[in-house]
Ligand binder design. Structure first.
Ligand code: SAM
Length: 293
């Protein structure tokens, strides 16, 4: 195990556009937020840098362990040096090194700067993103696929991924210009489900083409839907559940591609439900026959 000094010159970038980093599986102490490695990691808060590098950040020891268990590629694990007495943290740090990840033992100040939070976690992982093809998501005989039209809010997306995971949906497809599922806020809101739910992205024409070849039930949600959301015969075969954008709802082409448009009845003054809440109700209704205590 090699220990490099914080003020050592950063090694040159690797060919696959990883941020400046130490050699694989090596350990480095960092105490300065202006260290170039820390700067590169902090830049992953920006979509541009996530796209350029194909990497993203996940905060928290539990998330790092979940991701490693699920086989995600860990590039760098940043751990709080002050908390290395914690057995689980030090074991995970050793595991990170054993899978070839870089280990940064950081000061609390550095961890707080990366997480941009007052109560930073003891560990932050830099992971490689996975690209999933929607056509490859296996719906089996009666699986559920959640389709989101231009979802914009990272908290909504993260909450939906967490809910899809909890209810056993097979995957989530993001159609059109959507928020990045690998943004810090979205990953945070998934509470780890980003590592267990396949997420695919496609544009609207590609989705409409995929829908043409889909033999199951396609249920859209719409504020002008004329069918109660509890009516469709969910679970008899594979189902796609199509949810609209937070501001403008479902696009006309997507609404037109659905077998039925349903609505969740409301009383009171609210025009509509929050997207994540509506999606949660829909997912659990669609999965009702498969979920048991
Ligand atoms: N102004 C938008 C409209 O008229 O469609 C409201 C969009 S709503 C905030 C976002 C999405 O949540 C909707 O497109 C729909 O998918 C879902 N949604 C919200 N409330 C719903 C309800 N009562 N019934 C069915 N879907 C609902």
């Amino acid at each position: 195990m090699t220990r490099d000094r914080d003020d050592a010159a950063p090694p040159s970038r690797r060919p696959e556009q990883k941020p400046a980093t130490v050699a694989p599986g090596r350990v480095k102490e960092v105490t300065s937020v202006s260290n170039p490695i820390v700067k590169d990691i902090r830049n992953l808060a920006l979509k541009k840098h996530r796209e350029e590098t194909g990497l993203f950040l996940a905060e928290g020891l539990k998330l790092a362990i979940d991701a490693l268990d699920a086989g995600w590629q860990l590039e760098t694990l940043i751990v709080a040096r002050s908390q290395l007495h914690n057995e689980l943290l030090s074991k995970t740090a050793a595991r990170a090194v054993s899978v070839g990840a870089d280990l940064l033992e950081a000061s609390d100040k550095v961890l707080a700067a990366i997480a941009r939070r007052d109560n930073p976690q003891s560990a932050i992982g830099v992971f490689r993103q996975k690209a999933v093809r929607a056509e490859r998501i296996d719906l089996g005989r009666d699986g559920l696929l959640v389709v989101l039209d231009r979802v914009r809010d990272p908290g909504n997306l993260g909450t939906i991924l967490r809910t899809a995971d909890a209810a056993g949906a097979r995957g989530v497809v993001l159609v059109g210009e959507c928020v990045d599922p690998f943004s810090l806020e979205a990953v945070r809101a998934t509470m780890g489900s980003i590592f267990s739910v396949p997420v695919a992205r496609m544009d609207e024409p590609a989705f409409l083409a995929m829908r043409k070849g889909f033999g199951g039930l396609v249920v859209g949600t719409h504020m002008r839907g004329e069918t109660d959301y509890r009516t469709p015969a969910y679970g008899k075969g594979a189902t796609m559940l199509v949810m609209g954008n937070e501001q403008s709802g479902l696009s006309e082409p997507l609404a037109g591609a659905c077998d039925t448009l349903v609505r969740i009845p409301q009383v009171g003054r609210a025009d509509s439900l929050n997207l994540a809440v509506a999606t949660g109700l829909m997912i659990f209704e669609a999965r009702r026959g498969s979920l048991k205590l």
